[in-house]
Design a protein. Structure first.
Length: 481
């Protein structure tokens, strides 16, 4: 064996030995890292204790937790009650319970959790009824969903939103024809109590051509939840709907989460490229829940007892609806606004009217006269009409409103016989057309009306020949008073 061969063999052996040493060194270092992980002290959770409870407000000291996080309050029977951190002052944490407080005692343990707010989403939600925390209420078993997402969503760049350019068929003739709604539009449904807003929402749920319907029943009577689902939605409506119910006896934090949950579910389906109809009843109850929370932690009241945070929360919730990114889906939203005492200048109604893309006003006077749906077309407006309707359609709407408004202005004179036919040609036309106008505005709850048929019937009214009093006399025809 030559010297060169021996040198090569020695070099090969030394190279392999160096490789083995490196591998051994790596294994040794990895074993040290693993050992450090095993013997590392677990992360300590600093617990606090409850010092004060006034109304729904809890005060805790001795622990730190970020606003919006959750803590567990330990009762004497070992049962834990979940509460949310809603504020702090110095070393004090202000908490609001997520459920009814029974058995809470002084100095109860307060344990911060790392639990984040997430919601179950997926097609499995269709046909289900959830509470404000996302738990099943319909007795159909636990939710078996494909995915969970955070209850908070990203803010859409307003320059990236798809503009409102398509009409949405809601199945109601008066809205389709006179207050056309576009995909991605946010509308307010302003009404006092007992004028038919829930029935109107149910009609839209059954007759709309949206892909998915999400209904949020926030702060309403618990009895109305089952009645709305069984009598108004029915099987047909529930087949493509998700209902989130947080009735009036829920704690205010749960009502706030119910509205956010309904909006987040609608956002999920919009991100899948679907057209979603979001119906929330009501925005006023959402504002009242925020008022309860804000006043309980010491925020000063402003307008009619509503603190400033209420007027900041409303646009944050409403702006999450609308069209998504260009090429994506849409959320067309209807928010009911309860006008206390039928006062249209109620602070919540005024704030909602300013931020929404239009409003539909329901009239108690029409409802008491048996006129359903009780839509006051004079006080209602859709701000997206000019972008989604043709010039012919807009001309027909103007003519309809002129006839309707003229008759309403002269109604008192006409009813007492003080108006003489022939004094004003336009008023005469309004008097002749008024019975047909009121018939057009009324619709039976079981009778859907498509968008195309609604527009055709509106345009057909323009072609009706209006007969003057002189012509009626010549033809020996009765004059409509």
């Amino acid at each position: 064996m030559t010297n060169a061969t021996e040198n090569n063999m020695q070099n090969g052996l030394s190279f392999q030995s160096r490789v083995e040493k490196l591998r051994a060194g790596r294994r040794w270092r990895q074993s040290l890292v693993d050992a450090q992980k095993r013997i590392a002290a677990p992360q300590l959770i600093i617990e606090g204790h409850l010092t004060r409870m006034v109304g729904l407000t809890l005060e805790a000291v001795g622990c730190h937790a970020p606003v919006g996080s959750r803590c567990l309050l330990e009762g004497p029977d070992g049962r834990n009650i979940e509460a949310e951190v809603v504020g702090f002052s110095g070393e004090k944490l202000f908490l609001m319970p997520m459920e009814r407080m029974h058995g809470i005692v002084p100095n109860a343990r307060v344990v911060p959790t790392k639990k984040v707010y997430d919601v179950a989403v997926g097609n499995e939600l269709l046909g289900r009824v959830l509470d404000g925390a996302g738990n099943s209420l319909d007795g159909k078993g636990p939710l078996q969903t494909s995915e969970r997402v955070s209850i908070t969503s990203r803010v859409i760049n307003p320059m990236a939103r798809h503009p409102i350019s398509e009409k949405l068929d809601v199945g109601i003739r008066a809205i389709n024809a006179l207050l056309s709604v576009g995909r991605g539009q946010r509308m307010g449904l302003f009404a006092g109590s007992g004028v038919g807003k829930s029935v109107l929402l149910g009609m839209m749920t059954k007759y709309t051509d949206a892909d998915v319907i999400v209904v949020g029943l926030i702060g309403e009577r618990g009895r109305e939840v089952k009645e709305f689902i069984d009598n108004i939605l029915g099987e047909e409506g529930m087949a493509r709907a998700v209902v989130v119910a947080s009735p009036a006896d829920d704690v205010p934090v749960m009502r706030l989460h119910g509205a956010s949950l309904a909006t987040r579910i609608a956002e999920y389906f919009r991100d899948q490229g679907l057209n979603v109809l979001l119906l929330m009843d009501s925005l006023t109850r959402y504002a009242q829940a925020q008022r309860e929370v804000a006043l309980a932690v010491g925020e000063p009241p402003a307008t009619k007892g509503y603190p400033p945070s209420v007027f900041a929360k409303i646009p944050q919730l409403v702006e999450r609806a609308g069209n998504g990114d260009i090429g994506g889906g849409s959320i067309t939203a209807f928010y009911t606004v309860l006008t206390e005492g039928d006062d249209q200048q109620d602070p919540i109604a005024d704030a909602a009217r300013a931020i929404l893309d239009g409003h539909i006003v329901l009239s108690r006077e029409l409802a008491e006269a048996g006129h359903y749906p009780a839509i006051d077309v004079e006080a209602s407006i859709s701000r997206a009409m000019t972008e989604i309707t043709s010039t012919e359609h807009q001309a027909a709407i103007r003519q309809f409103k002129q006839w309707y408004s003229l008759y309403r202005q002269h109604r008192d004179l006409i009813s007492v016989g003080a108006y003489q036919r022939g004094a004003d040609t336009k008023v005469d036309e309004a008097v002749m057309m008024y019975p047909q106008l009121t018939k057009f505005l009324q619709q039976d709850i079981t009778q859907p009306m498509s968008l195309a048929d609604s527009i055709n019937e509106l345009e057909a009214l323009q072609s009706v020949e209006v007969i003057s009093p002189a012509q009626a006399a010549n033809l020996q025809m009765p004059v409509v008073q």
